[in-house]
Design a protein around this ligand. Structure first.
Ligand SMILES: NC(=O)c1ccc[n+]([C@@H]2O[C@H](COP(=O)([O-])OP(=O)(O)OC[C@H]3O[C@@H](n4cnc5c(N)ncnc54)[C@H](OP(=O)(O)O)[C@@H]3O)[C@@H](O)[C@H]2O)c1
Length: 236
């Protein structure tokens, strides 16, 4: 079933692989990136036209969502699916030494982006009685000791998953599903640069993660809502 699907965080480390996977299987994708990513979005759109449109916007802005959804409805059709990849990571210091700015930014880029995206997308899906949304948590939710040194990120991602699962229970009666995935370390260029000496055998490839998200954004998962799916690769 080809569908119109929104992907936020579309030109981060994971996003382009997911957008490509969805377009290659026949979906039409609105690739949403931050206001600073217009050039990268344009390049992705060029590669995948006509089934991908790039939209540069702040997903924490309701008026920008209103404009984006009007464009998506017109150019791709009303969204049936959404993958909420927008997020960010800051760590490296214990919580008792963490700046207020780091705490606020982890809430803004992780929890607030998920909240604003759900608030923008769900009313239309509920009205149409059709939809599937995937939020992105992290392995730190099930393995909080791995969040030592990044407690603000761990708290924000835990809240994202709690929000997604509670909302999933609210909207399932309208044939709208909300699930979360919990990635282990993703094999991105940024992680390779940040951890040059790390053993990468347990890292998850963007392509493999894209297939897991693609399953949740397909009719094959029609009876799954409120799940938090671990995708830890071979990290055990
Ligand atoms: N990488 C990992 O190992 C890993 C592990 C577990 C979970 N995750 C999660 O998986 C998701 C994808 O990971 P990733 O590595 O692709 O992350 P990423 O490279 O940091 O990409 C996230 C993207 O979200 C965008 N973004 C943040 N706030 C936004 C806003 N308000 N409006 C619009 N765009 C916004 C960022 O824009 P800018 O480029 O302008 O900052 C960035 O391009 C994230 O939620 C991440 O937290 C990642």
């Amino acid at each position: 079933m080809a569908a119109s699907i929104v992907v936020t965080g579309a030109v981060g480390g994971l996003g382009p692989a997911l957008v490509r996977f969805l377009v290659q299987r026949g979906d039409r994708v609105a690739a949403i990136g931050s206001p600073g990513s217009a050039d990268r979005l344009r390049a992705l759109q060029e590669q995948l036209r006509p089934n991908c449109i790039g939209i540069a916007m702040d997903v924490n802005s309701p008026p920008e969502w209103e404009r984006a959804l009007a464009q998506i409805d017109k150019e791709l059709g009303a969204p049936w699916g959404a993958a909420l990849l927008a997020g960010g990571y800051k760590g490296g210091r214990p919580f008792h030494e963490t700046d207020e700015a780091v705490w606020q930014s982890m809430l803004a880029v992780n929890l607030e982006t998920a909240r604003r995206s759900l608030q923008a997308l769900l009313p239309g899906m509920v009205q149409r009685r059709a939809g599937s949304v995937v939020a992105v948590g992290s392995q730190v939710i099930e393995r909080p000791w791995k969040g030592a040194g990044s407690a603000a990120y761990t708290a924000a991602k835990s809240a994202v998953v709690g929000l997604a699962r509670a909302v999933g229970a609210e909207v399932s009666k309208y044939n709208v599903r909300v699930n979360a995935i919990l990635p282990g370390t993703i094999d991105t260029a940024a992680n390779r640069a940040a951890m040059p000496g790390a053993d990468k055998t347990g890292w998850v490839s963007p392509e493999s993660l894209s297939e897991a998200i693609g399953f949740l954004l397909s009719d094959a998962s029609r009876d799954i809502s409120g799940a938090a799916l671990p995708v830890y690769g071979r990290a055990g």
